[in-house]
Design a protein around this ligand. Structure first.
Ligand SMILES: [Ca+2]
Length: 385
């Protein structure tokens, strides 16, 4: 049972911030919102520290093990970062990406085979085909140094000139690889089930469509759900095994959705947002046959990255969602009650720039990527840990 007062945040203390460019330079800043009402003696304000050298527009991350983290840069790099020393290796044999506007090297997901310990790395990125681009996914082996046996296992079938709304987040479990795909700026594609635009897809680890996908009449076989705008958050709820996603709305109307197979999440037939130039979108905020979001942000926070907290370092966060905000440069806590979002708080405000991705480390510390020209990887941990 979570005590209500534990989420009564009151103050931000921001002590100092040094720009750190060398490995593990001492960047120490107290920025977490102080838990004023928490009634335990261990509620000291956590610290945030940059890990390793500056990263240029880092976008996605996933763990190799408890000490090593893969991190992408949108410009096309994949690094393996040592979380203890901050040192990093550049991983060779990554795909060539079209790093224009919102495109580039996007998310990374890692799967370790429980039988033989072999490691497979999945990369989501924007691929140039002629004068257009698509969201694509590559799969490769990781043998400790570089990627090998790399193959492209998915290319979205909606080729576009635009360089926006690629998505793309990846999530993986022992059975499936999930990816979130944006509408590429062609909103009506999100309602065309033969197209991959505005969809969440579910693949087997080899890239073939999951055999239990909806496969409704006219649906592409990879598609799990439709009617999404530009989803850049994807996470599997560890309590239920169910996939959650969030997406950018237009002007207002950012959403969190619980992904059900065969559901249509409405874009652009319904939305809580407005056109950028004014005016409503579609028929309103809800309609029969379209699945409503479980959480809405208006005004938009521009959400990117999402993680269910599970760990020992911050027990009061267990089971709840952490969501990054690009626009407000914040980290949001979305508190769940009875399995649904009930309220939110701003956990971190403005300390590292645009928050692009969120992950929970093995020790329960919170890792963030800041999507800035001189951005980086940051770790929020209790003082002394
Ligand atoms: Ca929706």
């Amino acid at each position: 049972m979570i005590h209500q007062a534990m989420f009564s945040f009151t103050a931000i203390t921001f002590v100092t911030r040094n720009v750190a460019k060398s490995c593990m330079a001492p960047l120490i800043a107290i920025i977490w919102i102080v838990l004023a009402s928490i009634n335990t003696p261990t509620a000291a304000a956590p610290l945030i520290q940059q890990i390793g050298a500056t990263l240029s527009h880092p976008w996605g991350m996933d763990f190799l093990d408890d000490q090593h983290l893969f991190v992408t840069e949108r410009g096309g790099n994949l690094y393996l970062v040592n979380l203890l020393t901050g040192e990093r290796d550049t991983i060779a044999n990554v795909p060539t990406v079209q790093a224009t506007r919102q495109g580039g090297m996007l998310d990374v997901a890692v799967h370790q085979n429980p039988d033989d310990g072999s490691v497979t790395v999945y990369l989501c990125y924007s691929l140039l085909i002629g004068d257009k681009t698509v969201t694509a996914i590559d799969k490769a082996k990781f043998g400790g140094i570089d990627l090998t046996d790399r193959q492209t296992i998915f290319k979205a079938n909606n080729q576009e000139i635009s360089a926006i709304h690629y998505g793309c987040r990846l999530a993986i479990d022992q059975q499936y690889l999930y990816a979130s795909l944006g509408d590429r700026g062609n909103r009506h594609d999100a309602q065309n089930p033969s197209l991959h635009g505005g969809a969440v897809i579910r693949l087997l680890h080899d890239g073939t469509p999951a055999p239990n996908n909806p496969n409704l009449r006219g649906w592409a076989p990879e598609i799990l759900s439709k009617g999404h705008r530009n989803p850049q958050g994807l996470a599997i709820n560890p309590e239920t095994g169910v996939l959650w996603a969030h997406e950018h709305g237009p002007r207002g109307g950012d959403e969190i959705n619980i992904i059900n197979a065969g559901h249509n999440y409405g874009w652009p037939k319904v939305s809580h947002g407005k056109e950028y130039l004014g005016g409503s979108i579609g028929s309103g905020t809800s309609a029969p046959g379209l699945t409503d979001p479980v959480w809405v942000w208006t005004p938009s926070i521009a959400p990117s990255g999402m993680a269910f907290y599970k760990g020992d370092m911050f027990p009061f966060l267990n089971g709840h969602l952490l969501v990054g905000s690009l626009k407000f440069k914040q980290l949001y806590l979305v508190v769940l009650e009875n399995g649904l979002p009930a309220r939110e708080s701003v956990m971190m405000d403005g300390a590292i720039g645009r928050v692009r991705d969120v992950a929970i480390a093995y020790d329960g510390s919170v890792l963030l990527l800041s999507d800035e020209e001189e951005g980086g990887l940051y770790r929020i941990a209790e003082a002394g840990q």
